[in-house]
Design a protein around this ligand. Sequence first.
Ligand code: WQD
Length: 340
Amino acid sequence: MDKILVTGGLGFIGSHTVVELQNEGYEVVIIDDLSNSSIKVLEGITAITGKKPIFEKLDLKEKSGVEAFFKKHHDIKGVIHFAASKAVGESVQEPLLYYENNIGTLVYILKELKKLPAASFIFSSSCTVYGQADELPITENAPVKQAESPYGNTKQIGEEIISDTCKVTPSIKAIALRYFNPVGAHESGKIGELPIGVPQNLVPFITQTAIGIREQLSVFGNDYPTPDGTCIRDYIHVVDLAKAHVVALKRLLENKNKSNFETFNLGTGTGSSVLEVIHSFERVSGEKLNYKIVGRREGDIISAYAETSKANKELGWKSGLNLDDAMRSAWKWEQIVRKK
Ligand code: WQD
């Protein structure tokens, strides 16, 4: 079966995607620099699938290291590229770190793919490219707006780099997957989200508050023009998201793509408010969550949720897990991680 490289394969979405690739019979090679993940995730993946992926610790900013890797693994047929820095706030403070790590490494990988006879490339993008969309739900034709952060800008620039490359390199076929809000964990409780430091995202902050690591969740504003006043997002279960990566990769490997560079929104198509997420968590966990309403967070958009018909039709993919499933699995994972 084809050999697939997963960069950032020990990260949250990366690890769940490795599991689904192995379940489909692919041979997986992981590159991770362990800057935002743990080698223990490799054990979790292996415990789930019974197959240990090849792992190479490598900083993709090391151009010579990337070249050596592809010399050794010249039989790679596809790449799913997750490796990137992804903290919106940090990117505002450290833009050059983000442009070097998220853009520089992408260029190095694409230069190596150009040398292969053929390559299928899946790029981890984000709904953040839309900013606050004028129309909801958000389709892939929604205008890409001025990025709200250097992080978001690296996703926009990344897509443009790939598109320009594919235009003149017929041997490379690519798909950018624009995620909405990935949440939850594998049902086994063996892999999940491992935020380092204080979580920036809502769901890990909820589970860490419930388990007692955080004192209280701050809800960033309830004066938005939404039904309950809190922001709305499209929370997609990470396992559904992982499965979408395998389907997108297959589309390219089997030459079913309609053009050399395609984009797909990956969401559930349903928007949930912050309070709805909290209530879902309380319902499935039986825990009363300690939270308080505070002021708005700088840069937050009001509402974003996906129009999913293109992914449904073209990829034959649809999310199957709902918000309660995500909260249940996130809570199970938090309890297991804290027991270790
Ligand atoms: C969700 C909602 C917050 C924390 C980010 C990235 C995006 C993508 C997904 C990578 C918002 C509210 C949050 C808290 C809160 N990442 N919130 N209290 O900002 O939609 O998107 O993650 O691709 O690129 O920007 O996700 O989880 O930070 O926030 O009230 O302690 O929860 O205001 O309304 P976001 P989030």
